[in-house]
Design a protein around this ligand. Structure first.
Ligand code: GLN
Length: 452
């Protein structure tokens, strides 16, 4: 029964090291009360789902792992994805840890909790949806929601040995997701299997009057066609994803996965995504520019825990933001404000927007030849905790394989494809990334299910 599942999660949580359970908060009693009325005939009837701390759930906090919001804000409404999940019988259970405002790749930028990797406590769970990744990986959640602006669903999925799907831009409503970079953000499922991801996407996808960027495109049944037949399917391997910087053991795992797809009947085709080397620079201009605008609302008046005893209005704003935002968030607001400022706008922001078109064209050309593109999700396995905190640029560079999908708006998924061993007896999961044409999540899921 749903109550049994919730009680099992409670037991798993109580038994596990609190650093790997992934949660910032959990209200079992509220979930158990909801479970009593669960309609088991619904697609997700009675299934508890862990929610990243940047998605609004009515009556709960939505702190974005930030001191600026945590404790001071209670959601007056459900995000559209939450409303849809509820209508399908699911029960939101718990808030998962993340990098503050979804900025980061390790969950170490969280100001409200510490999360480590369930496979190796000395390593990070990835980020920014690291709490959701760890919870599903540690089996302290059945499934979770994450958000992905530049890889934040797929990279933690890879690091924790689970499935993470970033839908096409516009496939899932962003209403009720605290915006980081509005033209890149998507909410997606983080699950134990490809089929679970399909089940969740069935419920989550679709147009929404509250989000004008959501697409009015029919939602197919994503669980149909998970039949394992890959005959005649063309799988592209982009040479730029296998160059310098890719860990040799990760490469071996991904190569083996590609060989298996071939065995399953797929035709392997080399493709080129020639602008890949510019992806990181382009992303960190566009994402920070949009973030600097989106985060303007956290001023202690409209949103945010207000600083005490300001001398005047200006100090109310500045002290609220100085005390509330962490270092990485401030760095990005500064960077974003800079690239948007007059005199620099043309050189940086406008240039990045033009570059963005080139990524879209790279994918369009590649998808004329193939149905799906595969490669590594991340250049290496989970980072050691603390190893990147002093070097944000190094952290940004590790996003190389995930961000082009966001820039182009295409769907992409990470799923487990083996392990590497850095220390005897401590296997670290490796992620295989699959990308498809806009709104062709079905092919991603089909290939993923066949591989799995
Ligand atoms: N790691 C990337 C960043 O720090 C991606 C974040 C995300 O997808 N939310 O911006």
């Amino acid at each position: 029964t749903p109550a049994d599942i919730i009680n099992d999660i409670r037991k798993a949580n109580e038994a596990a090291d609190p650093r790997v359970t992934g949660y910032l908060s959990l209200d079992y009693d509220a979930a158990l009360a909801e479970a009593e009325n669960a309609d088991l005939s619904l697609p997700l009837g009675g299934i508890p789902i862990a929610i990243k701390d940047n998605i609004n759930v009515k009556g709960q906090g939505c702190g974005c792992a930030s001191k600026l919001l945590t404790g001071g804000y209670t959601s007056p409404y459900d995000a559209t994805v939450i409303a849809k999940l509820r209508a399908a019988g699911a029960i939101p259970l718990g808030r998962t840890n993340m990098d503050e405002f979804a900025m980061g790749s390790t969950t170490e930028n969280s100001a409200t909790g510490e999360t480590r990797n369930p496979w190796d406590i000395d390593r990070v769970p990835g980020g920014s949806s690291g709490g959701s990744g760890a919870a599903v990986g540690a089996r302290t959640a059945v499934a979770a929601l994450g958000s992905d602006t530049g890889g934040s669903i797929r990279q933690p999925a890879a690091f924790n040995g689970i499935v993470g799907l970033k839908p096409s831009y516009g496939r899932v409503s962003r209403y009720g997701l605290v915006a980081f970079a509005s033209s890149l953000d998507q909410i997606g499922p983080m699950t134990r299997s490809v089929e679970d991801a399909a089940l969740m996407l069935n419920v989550m996808a679709g147009s929404d009057i509250q989000d004008s960027t959501s697409a009015q495109i029919d939602v197919p049944d994503y669980t149909a066609g998970l039949d394992g037949d890959l005959n005649g399917l063309r799988v592209g391997v982009p040479k730029e994803f296998f160059g310098e910087g890719l860990d040799a053991d990760v490469k071996a795992s991904v190569d083996a996965a590609i060989a298996k797809l071939e065995e399953l009947g797929a035709e392997i085709v080399e493709v080129s995504l020639p602008h890949t080397e510019y992806a990181v620079a382009t992303y960190y201009i566009i994402a920070t520019a949009e973030a600097s605008a989106n985060l303007a609302r956290f001023d202690g008046v409209r949103y945010g825990n207000r600083a005490e005893d300001p001398a005047d209005l200006l100090q109310l704003y500045t002290r609220t933001r100085e005390l509330g935002f962490g270092e990485e968030v401030k760095r990005r607001i500064l960077l974003g404000t800079y690239v948007l400022s007059s005199g620099y706008y043309d050189a940086y922001y406008l240039q990045a927007q033009k570059a963005r078109t080139l990524f879209r064209r790279d994918f369009e050309a590649a998808f004329e030849k193939v149905d799906v593109i595969v490669g590594p999700t991340s250049p290496g396995p989970a980072f050691e905790a603390g190893s990147l905190t002093a070097d944000p640029l190094q952290m940004y560079l590790a996003d190389i394989y995930t961000i082009s999908a966001n820039l182009a708006g295409i769907p992409a998924m990470s799923q487990p494809c083996g392990f590497v061993e850095r220390e005897a007896g401590k296997p670290l999961p490796v992620g295989l990334q699959l990308m498809a044409k806009p709104f062709d999540e079905q092919t991603l899921l089909k290939v993923g299910a066949a591989y799995e």
